[in-house]
Unconditional design. Structure first.
Ligand SMILES: [Zn+2]
Length: 125
């Protein structure tokens, strides 16, 4: 059985490979279902754009239910055009996003990832 995980990531081309490489190395998985939006931490933390949130949730559902993902990574990054805020705000919004995702009642682990200006990936506590 091939192992899938899920990432809610920015659409930014610079942060795709760092997330894939980190998750493959750290969690020993085969594939990562990449759900992308510009600045998804803003979307999920603010909770205002119900249409976009539902769209993200639908894709998470497919990854978890059809692919059997047991892990969701919520990603934010430096120099985000879709959500141009400072690092501290990104971290706060990432944690808020994790709370939102946890209300979707999937029996999965949810982690937060921060990607810095060197495109290094850090897992949040
Ligand atoms: Zn971005």
């Amino acid at each position: 059985m091939k192992k899938f995980v899920t990432a809610i990531n920015c659409m930014d081309g610079r942060v795709q490979e760092p997330v894939i490489n980190y998750m493959k190395k750290k969690y020993n998985i085969d594939y990562i279902d990449m759900i992308t939006e510009p600045g998804p931490d803003k979307i999920l933390a603010e909770g205002e754009n119900k249409f976009k949130i539902e769209s993200i949730k639908e894709r998470v559902d497919i990854s978890v239910i059809k692919h059997g993902s047991k892990l969701i990574a919520m990603v934010s990054h430096d120099d985000c055009a879709g959500n141009p805020v400072d690092k501290e705000t990104h971290i706060t919004q990432t944690k808020e996003s994790i709370k939102t995702i946890s209300t979707w009642n999937h029996n999965v682990k949810i982690i937060g990832l921060w990607i810095d200006e060197n495109w290094d990936v850090y897992e949040l506590e």
